[in-house]
Design a protein around this ligand. Structure first.
Ligand SMILES: [Zn+2]
Ligand SMILES: [Zn+2]
Length: 311
């Protein structure tokens, strides 16, 4: 018998396939074929450093743990600096990014989740990005889920000019190392950052284990955590979205949290939210109770996994 389908927000007439985005993706990915002719160790290490700064610090620490979940506080100039780094990862402006991710948490693997793998692995990984909703959907999405950022002129500026900022960054790469460095510092870096981020939505809702019985498919996936500076401990994160710390067990290395911890040490982060041992025990029991009461048809969609004890 066919399994029941939780229908995610399927594309309808208000969605248009984004051909322009597809062309950009083909260009960025096409740059990978130029690696044998453009490779230099200096470009390689510079690209890793840029990826760690713009992707790790900008997206993981800035867009995700700070702007989306407010898992710590920092000074406004530092917040804006991290948001600017994230914007240079060309994943759209911070307002849309944050709104989409908050919606994902609210509807995780249920109707309305923008990128659940219930539809298909490939959909959750990247196909959903090519379906561009109409303007009204975007306005409603931002108003509903990211009003706090909408109110701030600097975030509206980043939202509006995120592509122009990338062009300026491309010009900077060109000035530093010519076309070869544009290929590495922009195209290859972006491809790496894109797939790392996308694996959180696809692989970390498909492969791995669960520490908590969340009412979704979120998993802890070590190789996603390796690629994303700790974001792959995604089941822990779905259980406690506002925690700055995602890796909980000894082997769950979480470089993003270590960065936030380091920021706190030098006075750049305050009110860092981390769970206590007692709160973890209570949360585990509460989630288990909630999951036991869950609609069986929804339950059948969840991948049954042995729940590990993190005690
Ligand atoms: Zn998720
Ligand atoms: Zn999140």
């Amino acid at each position: 018998m066919a399994e029941p389908q939780v229908v995610p927000e399927l594309p309808d007439s208000s969605y248009k396939f984004d051909w322009l985005y597809l062309i950009f993706m083909i260009i960025f990915h096409g740059a990978l074929f130029l690696i044998p002719w453009t490779f230099q160790w200096s470009y390689f290490f510079a690209t890793i450093a840029l990826q760690a700064t713009l992707g790790g610090l900008g997206i993981c620490v800035g867009f995700h743990r700070l702007l989306t979940h407010k898992s710590f506080e920092t000074y406004k100039p530092v917040e804006y600096f991290l948001a600017t780094l994230g914007t240079l990862s060309l994943q759209g402006g911070p307002i849309r990014w944050v709104a989409t991710h908050r919606k994902h948490h609210q509807k995780a693997d249920q109707e309305g989740d923008p990128h659940t793998p219930n539809r298909s692995f490939l959909w959750s990984h990247m196909l959903w990005i090519f379906m561009n909703p109409d303007e009204k959907y975007l306005v409603d999405l931002k108003n509903k889920y990211a009003k706090d950022l909408q109110k701030q002129p600097y975030y509206r500026f980043l939202e509006k000019y995120n592509f122009s900022l990338q062009l300026a960054f491309a010009a900077l790469c060109f000035a530093i190392g010519g076309w070869k460095f544009v290929i590495w510092g922009l195209c290859i870096r972006l491809v790496f950052t894109y797939h790392s981020t996308w694996f959180v939505n696809s692989a970390a809702h498909t492969f791995g284990y669960q520490n908590f019985e969340t009412q979704d498919r979120s998993t802890n996936c070590w190789w996603v955590a390796f690629l994303t500076y700790g974001e792959g401990w995604h089941n822990n994160h779905h259980a406690m979205p506002s925690s700055a710390r995602h890796g909980l067990r000894l082997f769950e290395l979480d470089l993003s949290y270590m960065t936030i911890w380091g920021m706190k040490l030098v006075g750049l982060a305050k009110n860092v939210k981390v769970p206590t041992k007692e709160s973890l025990i209570h949360l585990k029991a509460a989630l288990k109770k909630k999951r036991d009461l869950m609609d069986p048809s929804l339950m059948s969609l969840m991948i049954k996994r042995k729940v590990n004890s993190s005690k």
